[in-house]
Design a protein around this ligand. Structure first.
Ligand code: PMP
Length: 316
């Protein structure tokens, strides 16, 4: 669906996956005016298709659109576009336990603009692809390197919204980490260079005793929907959960560490390398709490446990 700056989106239509036409001076190509979202559809054992909290993605897109001077579809339009795209591609949803259908909503400044200004026209689209595990390790520990030179975001920047440029900014550090055998990069705050921020595409949690801590949302990290859900799940299971500044020293001293995200779900961290020193957690096995939270969340997302929170949307 399309809309002009200052107007509202009208409902769009389904079309076959293919290239889209853009002016060379489209806002997204020249000034990075683009936002995306990521969510998943799971196939339940009875054949029903399940979405997890899609309205949260719609709200996050709307928040990001405000920051990026873009109009955004309403929550209803967003959820309807996701539902229609998933249903039209339902044959691509893997069977239960074999993966999921990754859903990628994209909002872009598609109108032509030469001088620096918001684009005059916007496009919202949704495409899908079947996926397996994000990390090849699956539910096995991943190895992170703490980045001390490159920062993903600064206060007042766009780290808190899911804009495309945030990801271009981390490609170099992530590529270097992968070629050195790490699964991903953990970023620190850009001012004190000692507080944890997040990983390239997921949020981070540390566990010490019965207390689970995660960096607070203060504009420089993405407010992950999995993060928010895991906080509720962990609280319901009797853990004390703290959202606050978490130092890299606390991370190195943690009993267990895990990451959360739509793609990574709950991924246990087996080791962290900081300034050349490698610290391991839980003897590099999957920690008890990480396993427990992974199981609670995935059972909910796949419709294996009762959805007391009303988070799961059933499609058919
Ligand atoms: N941080 C970043 C930078 C991300 O790209 C993602 C993935 N969207 C997350 C955190 C986790 O967010 P969510 O749980 O909503 O997928």
């Amino acid at each position: 669906m399309k809309c002009a700056q200052g107007e509202n989106f009208t409902n769009g239509q389904l079309q076959c996956f293919g290239n889209i036409e853009l002016s060379p001076s489209a806002g997204i190509l020249n000034y990075g005016q683009g936002l995306f979202e990521g969510l998943k559809a799971y196939r339940k054992h009875d054949g029903k298709i399940l979405l997890f909290r899609p309205e949260e993605n719609a709200l996050r897109l709307r928040m990001g659109a405000e920051r990026m001077c873009m109009p955004a579809p309403s929550v209803e339009q967003f959820v309807e576009a996701v539902k229609q795209t998933v249903l039209a591609n339902k044959n691509w949803i893997p069977p239960p336990g074999k993966g999921s259908l990754y859903i990628r909503p994209l909002l872009l400044g598609s109108g032509a603009v030469l001088g620096l200004a918001p684009a005059p026209e916007y496009t919202f689209l949704v495409y899908v692809s079947p996926v397996g595990n994000y990390f090849k390790e699956g539910l096995a520990p991943i190895n992170l390197i703490v980045e001390t030179d490159v920062h993903r975001a600064t206060p007042g920047g766009t780290g808190g919204v899911k804009t495309i440029g945030n990801y271009a900014a981390v490609l170099k550090a992530q590529k270097a980490a992968k070629s050195n055998g790490y699964s991903d990069v953990l970023y620190l705050d850009s001012i004190h260079k000692k507080y944890l921020e997040e990983v390239s595409s997921c949020n981070i949690f540390i566990i010490k005793g019965n207390v689970i801590s995660t960096p607070e949302i203060a504009g420089t990290i993405l407010p992950g929907i999995t993060r928010k859900s895991i906080i509720d799940v962990a609280c319901n299971q009797g853990f004390q959960v703290e959202e606050r500044l978490v130092t890299v020293d606390e991370l190195l001293d943690a009993d267990e560490v895990f990451c959360t995200g739509t793609a990574v779900v709950v991924s246990p961290v087996g080791s962290v390398t900081y300034l050349g020193k490698r610290v391991t957690f839980g003897k590099e096995g999957v920690g008890r709490v990480s396993r427990q939270l992974h199981s609670a969340l995935t059972s909910l997302q796949m419709g294996l446990t009762e959805d007391k929170m009303g988070w799961v949307v059933e499609l058919e």
